[in-house]
Design a binder for this molecule. Structure first.
Ligand SMILES: *Cc1c(COP(=O)(O)O)cnc(C)c1O
Length: 229
C-alpha cells in the first residue's frame, strides 16, 4: 500500500474508535481529505485508495485540480475564506462550500450556481470562543444567517462548520465543539433541517466526533505536513 493509503486507513480507524466511544456508528462520520497545497498526484493516490471527498482552501488551486481530474466522480468541498470576486468559479465547480460567513457571499453563490447543477451544498461557518480563524459568523447571528441562506434557491443549507483554536488538552478541545453543536441543536429546534456538523481536524478529530461531528476535515494525518511556499 502507498503511504497515503496507509494513512487513510489509520484515520478511518481513529474515526471508528472515536465513534464507538461516543456510541455512534462509524458511518455517521464522513472523512473529507484536505488536499490543499498537495499536488494532483496525491489526490489521485488517495482516490485510488477509495477516498471520494476532497477539501480545498484556495480557489485557483482547487479548480485546477478539479479540471485535471474530472471524470473520476470525486466530490469537491471549498473550505477556505472566500472573497466575493472569486465566488463564481466556486459556484460553478465545487459541490460544497463550508465557509459561508455572511449573506452577501451566499447570495452571490446562489445566483452564480448553474441551473443544470444540483444546488450547492453549504455550511455556515460559526466563530466560537477561541476561534483560530477570524472568519465565521458570530454565534448570536447564526440562526438569522441560516434562515436567510436556507431561502436561497441555488444553495442547500446542510449545517455548520467551525475551526476552533489548537489545543493539546482534550477537555479544552471539546468545549468549542460542544458550543457549535448546541447552536446546531438550537437551529434545528427552530425548524431548519440541518444534518451536517463539519468540525475536527488532524489533531482534534476525536474531540469533534465525541461532540457530534458528521464531517471531519483531515489534511496532515493523510498527506503529511504541509509546506507553504
Ligand atoms: C487545512 C485545513 C484543514 C486540515 O487541517 P489538518 O490539521 O492538516 O488536518 C481542515 N479545515 C480547514 C478549514 C483547513 O483550512
Amino acid at each position: 500500500m502507498s503511504a497515503i493509503a496507509d494513512n487513510l486507513q489509520a484515520v478511518q480507524a481513529r474515526i471508528a474508535k472515536a465513534a464507538a466511544a461516543a456510541g455512534r456508528s462509524p458511518e455517521s462520520v464522513r472523512l473529507l481529505a484536505v488536499s490543499k497545497t498537495w499536488p494532483l498526484a496525491s489526490v489521485i493516490e488517495a482516490a485510488d485508495a477509495g477516498q471520494r471527498a476532497f477539501g480545498e482552501n484556495y480557489v485557483q488551486e482547487g479548480i485546477d485540480k478539479i479540471a485535471a481530474i474530472s471524470g473520476r466522480n470525486l466530490e469537491w468541498h471549498f473550505i477556505g475564506p472566500l472573497q466575493s470576486n472569486k465566488s463564481r468559479p466556486v459556484a460553478e465547480r465545487f459541490d460544497w462550500v463550508h465557509s459561508i460567513d455572511r449573506l452577501k457571499i451566499a447570495e452571490r453563490l446562489s445566483a452564480q450556481r448553474p441551473a443544470y447543477l444540483p444546488p450547492l451544498q453549504v455550511c455556515v461557518q460559526v466563530n466560537v470562543s477561541g476561534e483560530a480563524s477570524k472568519s465565521g459568523c458570530a454565534p448570536d447571528d447564526t440562526l438569522a444567517l441560516c434562515r436567510a441562506v436556507a431561502a436561497l434557491p441555488g444553495l442547500q443549507l446542510r449545517g455548520l462548520m467551525a475551526i476552533p483554536e489548537l489545543s493539546d488538552d482534550p477537555a479544552a478541545q471539546r468545549a468549542p465543539f460542544r458550543q457549535v453543536r448546541e447552536i446546531f441543536d438550537h437551529i434545528r429546534a427552530a425548524g431548519l433541517p440541518l444534518d451536517t456538523l463539519s468540525m475536527g481536524m488532524s489533531h482534534d478529530l476525536e474531540a469533534a466526533v465525541a461532540e457530534g461531528a458528521t464531517i471531519v476535515r483531515i489534511g496532515t494525518a493523510i498527506f503529511g505536513e504541509r509546506n507553504y511556499r
